[in-house]
Design a protein around this ligand. Structure first.
Ligand code: NZQ
Ligand code: ZN
Length: 393
């Protein structure tokens, strides 16, 4: 087991009607002037936004709102939000929504706390982030795990780059999580979420680090739970039990606990971000579209690790590690198919792409081959291109 430090300080308020505690939670965490950040309208349509506003009114908390966050959220809206937060002297940013609203709220918080710095310079770590404004969350989708993660992802639409920033300042103060709020999700978003939750654990699981029994057991248990309940949620997304399991797994999958003591790989995420940056593909779909090509490209680096995944998560009995590894990869792909998720670039709405576009993405993913992607197998530009080509059918 490698040495690690772990601090995941988010207060979780989980269960039916949990959103009724939002006003009190904002107050508890010091918010008196709030910028309320949300997406394209689902929170307004469901009546949730109005309920949250009333919650804040009941606690005499001043608020203004900023809607219009798009999936694959844009840097420009975070910059606009930071200006608005400064103007209203916000001391708290409250996101109502999923990863996109939350990550925009995190960007706003960093921008507003550091008006003298350029937000993209913060994002690319050209300048060091030393302070931020507290953020809280009312979660409406189980997927990105941003409600407990130390990460936030924005797209700089001017240069076509989607980039994550990891910092302790990205940990939110509280997350209100009522699984019932996810009943209104389009089915495609439920299944994109299932893939993303699996992938946050899988992208940590495939590592050469040894001796991580507890972390491995947590990861395997989480994957089995998501797979089982994902199937149920796919059939009936008003199954409270299944939606609860998905919601809690979503948070645990990306708060660090499923990868403690091991080095972090995240190659499928890094490659899939290029697809989202270029074509605005939904995050979960971009992951399932490249995963098989990535897995088949790298598994021979340590087939025993893939075989362990196959045996513990998919109950595969094959003794030969290479064969077991392949069966585990196939079981994962079959599962994605069973919940109607794309398993190749050609199955995405963008269809099969010309090779020049794949070359461009491979160059971007590796900064013109100046750095490698990932640890399980270090991927150079030529490797990323090969994986994209293998996924392009
Ligand atoms: O915008 P609205 O109208 O709210 O609609 C959203 C959006 O279209 C809709 N939706 C959300 N909750 C709903 C709902 N529709 C009906 N009922 C509800 N209850 O779902 C769509 C997707 O929302 P989004 O916030 O984009 O989803 P998700 O949580 O999957 O977030 C994806 C973003 O998070 C990033 C992704 O890259 C992507 O940009 N990630 C963030 C991470 C982090 N901060 O730690 C880690 C992840 O790996 C990921 O990269
Ligand atoms: Zn993700």
């Amino acid at each position: 087991m490698q040495s690690f430090e772990y601090y995941a300080p988010t207060e979780i308020i989980f269960g039916k009607g949990a959103e009724a505690q939002t006003g009190k939670a904002v107050k508890k965490w010091g918010g008196t002037r709030v910028l309320l950040v949300y997406g394209g309208g689902s929170a307004r349509r469901s009546g949730l936004l109005e309920r949250i506003q009333k919650e804040l009114d009941d606690e005499n908390i001043f608020w203004e709102e900023l809607g219009g966050v798009q999936p694959n959220p844009r840097l420009s809206l975070a910059e606009e939000g930071a200006k608005k937060a400064l103007k209203i002297q916000a001391d708290f940013i409250l996101a109502v929504g999923g990863g996109s609203a939350i990550d925009t709220a995190k960007g706003i918080a960093h921008g507003a706390a550091n008006p003298e710095l350029d937000l993209w310079d913060i994002w690319t770590e050209k300048v060091e982030l030393k302070k931020s404004i507290p953020v809280g969350v009312v979660l409406t989708i189980s997927a990105a795990g941003s409600e407990m993660s130390d990460s936030a992802v924005l797209t700089n639409e001017k240069i076509g780059r989607k980039k994550g920033l990891s910092t302790e300042f990205n940990r939110v103060k509280f997350a209100v999580m009522n699984p019932e709020l996810t009943y209104t999700l389009p089915k495609y978003q439920v299944t994109c979420g299932i893939v993303d939750i699996m992938m946050h654990t899988l992208d940590r699981y495939f590592t050469h680090s040894k001796g991580n029994e507890m972390t491995d057991e947590i990861a395997q248990g989480l994957l089995s739970t998501v797979i089982r309940n994902g199937k149920k949620a796919f059939e009936n997304q008003e199954d409270y039990q299944a939606m609860s399991e998905l919601m809690w797994c979503g948070s645990l999958s990306h708060n660090g606990i499923t990868g403690l003591g091991a080095e972090k790989d995240f190659a499928p995420h890094k490659i899939s971000h290029e697809l989202s940056a270029k074509y605005d593909v939904a995050h979960g779909a971009s992951l399932s579209a490249v995963w098989e090509a990535w897995a088949r490209y790298v598994y021979m680096e340590e087939p025993e690790r893939f075989a362990k995944y196959a045996r513990t998560v998919w109950d595969i009995r094959e003794e030969d590690p290479v064969k077991a590894a392949c069966q585990g990869i196939q079981a994962t792909v079959d599962y994605f198919r069973s919940i109607h998720m794309p398993v190749s670039i050609g199955e995405l709405e963008i269809g099969v792409r010309p090779v020049e576009e794949l070359e461009d993405m491979a160059r971007r993913a590796t900064g013109n081959d100046t750095f490698t992607v990932a640890k399980f197998k270090e991927l150079h530009e030529k490797d990323v291109l090969e994986i994209l080509k293998n996924a392009n059918h």
